[in-house]
Design a protein. Structure first.
Length: 463
């Protein structure tokens, strides 16, 4: 369906962005660039986020001039030279790797004839304008297209009011959310350095270089027969809305999710995830009861990615993937009629599985690295009509660390087919982080099939 945005935006330029210094990618010691076991099983859906910057009142500041942004991008690629390449699935062993180093990233320049406030829909939280960022028309979710497209792409869209939207896309195969927000923070740091160098001279640089070599990448496709044999013996372990929870509401929810019998504990994330899944499941049961022609709900499996940087002792600025995707079925009857504390305990147990010890994780990763064909690795999670997937992004500094000329007024995912998956949830920080407001508040980005929202809207206990 056409939207006001898609009718009023014009992509005027597509620029290929190279490293500022060609030696950055030419001196990489491995060609192709080897990816690690985490990367071999990461999803092909790219990570996309949009930062919206509002023109300050009575200001003649030209927000994010494209030429300055382009210079910052070239400097950024000196630190992340592998992002200039293209993904490849090796035809001989199905291993994912990066080839074509130096081909370049992509910068799209677009103009919109509307003002930013034209995209705030009536009745929708004003911090969430319905803005959809455009990317390459070639982009699809199949691996073949993923391999043709740039690994790293940025879109700069200027609006009639002087505001700017900055959309960033990175293929999930090369990094997770932690790495994604790191690269945007680094871009912002280099951009500010470019501004400073225009005044004081010199060349912008990062205070601390990133760590771009993927964990255990040396094992992928490069094991001795004895190492491979030992590793293989290891047992392998729609429509979106935003719901805001204040810090007071979260504290009350956490208290409600505590075990009344004492003992144990739950985090704010676990309490909120349990609460949202329970409300969603009950709404699904109502929908299916009211529509007998619908097929039965799939198993109620719960999925959450877990950041293992601390568990594995990875370097502080580690960029590649380091996520372990943990999933388990939470019984339907518990979700339907059980108390919140039981669901929260189930989430707590998933997050603290014994499979997450360093030895267990390393064994699993070596098992992945030892596979003759990683495409044959399957997961138990079903992505069905009863499923629930939640990612905790609210711990990432998405506002104060993303200052270019000014701080963003909104950071959000764009509305795309890949982000509108029924039951896909993100916990996000709010814009109050940069305004001294309720810094503990969380925005819940919740995607559900359209008929579900009628039942969710009737549930006074959702928020």
């Amino acid at each position: 369906m056409a939207t006001p945005y898609t009718n009023s935006v014009n992509v005027s330029s597509r620029r290929t962005i190279h490293c500022a210094n060609d030696s950055s990618w030419k001196t990489l010691d491995l060609v192709p660039f080897h990816l690690g076991p985490f990367d071999q099983v990461a999803g092909f859906v790219p990570i996309r986020v949009v930062w919206v910057f509002e023109q300050p009142n009575e200001s003649d500041v030209h927000l994010l001039p494209p030429e300055r942004l382009q210079l910052a991008l070239t400097l950024l690629l000196d630190y992340y030279p592998h992002l200039t390449g293209r993904l490849q699935i090796n035809p001989s062993n199905a291993i994912r790797e990066i080839v074509g180093l130096g081909t370049g990233a992509e910068l799209l320049l677009a103009q919109c004839s509307e003002r930013l406030d034209a995209f705030s829909s009536p009745g929708v939280n004003p911090i969430c304008p319905t803005v959809e960022m455009r990317y390459s028309r070639r982009s699809t979710q199949v691996p073949e297209a993923t391999c043709r497209n740039p690994i790293f792409a940025v879109q700069h869209t200027s609006f009639a009011c002087g505001g700017v939207a900055l959309g960033v896309r990175v293929h999930h195969t090369v990094c997770d959310a932690d790495g994604f927000f790191q690269v945007v923070r680094d871009l912002a740091e280099l951009y500010r350095g470019v501004v400073s160098s225009e005044i004081n001279g010199g060349v912008a640089s990062l205070a601390h270089a990133p760590h771009i070599r993927p964990y255990m990448s040396e094992f992928v496709g490069n094991m001795t027969p004895e190492e491979r044999e030992a590793a293989l013996r290891f047992p392998t372990a729609t429509f979106r809305r935003y719901l805001r929870f204040s810090s007071l509401e979260l504290a009350a929810l956490k208290e409600k999710a505590a075990n009344p019998n004492g003992g144990g504990w739950v985090s704010t994330f676990e309490a909120l995830a349990a609460h949202i899944y329970q409300r969603v499941h009950r709404a699904r049961l109502q929908l299916y009861s009211a529509n007998p022609d619908l097929r039965d709900l799939s198993p109620t499996d719960f999925l959450m990615p877990i950041n293992l940087r601390t568990n594995l002792g990875l370097p502080p600025r580690y960029f590649p993937n380091a996520l372990f995707v943990s999933s388990k079925i939470i019984p339907s009857d518990m979700l339907a009629t059980g108390p919140l504390w039981q669901v929260a305990k189930a989430v707590h147990d998933i997050a603290r599985s014994s499979a997450l010890t360093k030895d267990q994780v390393n064994g699993t990763l070596k098992w992945v690295a030892a596979q003759a064909d990683t495409q044959k690795i399957t997961e138990h999670f079903q992505y069905g009509s009863g499923s629930f997937m939640v990612s905790q992004w609210n711990k990432f500094d998405m506002y104060l660390a993303s200052v270019f000329d000014v701080a963003p007024v909104l950071v959000s995912q764009p509305f795309t087919q890949s982000s509108l998956v029924d039951g896909l949830v993100y916990f996000l920080p709010t814009e109050e982080l940069g305004t001294g407001g309720d810094v503990g508040a969380i925005d819940v980005s919740l995607a559900l099939s359209e008929p579900m929202w009628a039942f969710m809207d009737q549930d006074a206990q959702v928020v």
